[in-house]
Design a protein around this ligand. Sequence first.
Ligand SMILES: Cc1cc2nc3c(=O)[nH]c(=O)nc-3n(C[C@H](O)[C@H](O)[C@H](O)COP(=O)(O)O)c2cc1C
Length: 254
Amino acid sequence: MLMPTDTFFTRRRTVRRYSGRQLSDDTLRELFEEASHAPTTGNMQLYSAVVTRSAEMKRRLAPMHFGQPQFQGCQAAVTVCADLRRFTRWCEISGAEAGFDNLQMFFAGVLDAAMFAQQLCTAAESRGLGTCYLGTTTYNAPEIAEALSLPQLVVPVTTVTVGYPDECPADPGRLPVEAIMHQESYEDFSDSRLRELYADKEAREDSRRFVEENSLENLAQVFARVRYPRNPTNASRSRLRLLYARPASISEHH
Ligand SMILES: Cc1cc2nc3c(=O)[nH]c(=O)nc-3n(C[C@H](O)[C@H](O)[C@H](O)COP(=O)(O)O)c2cc1C
């Protein structure tokens, strides 16, 4: 029997440990087919995705994902890219000039890529597979672009690892809906209301453990100072530089 959709969504978890059960090429292709029906900007599908399955490519890419074990352990890692190239080239060979090398279209490509990625996750999860996004793709975008031979105007956005689950992760919790939902216009929170909204998250046992392990005062410090510290190197190696650093014309490529 199918799970009701509310349960399907509230019970889904990121899965980082996978069993050795094989994921067939046919199933992977079906996931791509279903995910490709995600909405995209002007139905242009401004994304592409590179599948990593071979041990050799996994070994090469693993350090770029900071050795996260789900990358090595998955059946397939799918690196989803904003792809302004395919469409631009189609225009070029059709006597049309697509001025897509700008921030507006880059956002469109990133959105298209993200929605494809999420639909791929949902398609996978609806078959009992588990998935995990790897944010490390944006940290090491230039190196990953090079390893995957991404040409100009193709920028890695995220990687999704896929495999059959070998764990049942606990509920990581979410902020209450009141923290994210605004009616008609955005209403900023008072300090005390903000504290209330984060109170359950701060009270969780795993949160307390993070604070203690890092000898910090509170959970916000764990996120701001340890997990996602300000890093000027990341900013200067941004995806935008990758997009614009190379020569403008791409028409000579076949
Ligand atoms: C853009 C993005 C990047 C992520 N990067 C990582 C990652 O590098 N490693 C990881 O283990 N999980 C990663 N995650 C998974 C999140 O940690 C996870 O979604 C979050 O903790 C909530 O847990 P849940 O998905 O089980 O509800 C990422 C998720 C997103 C959406």
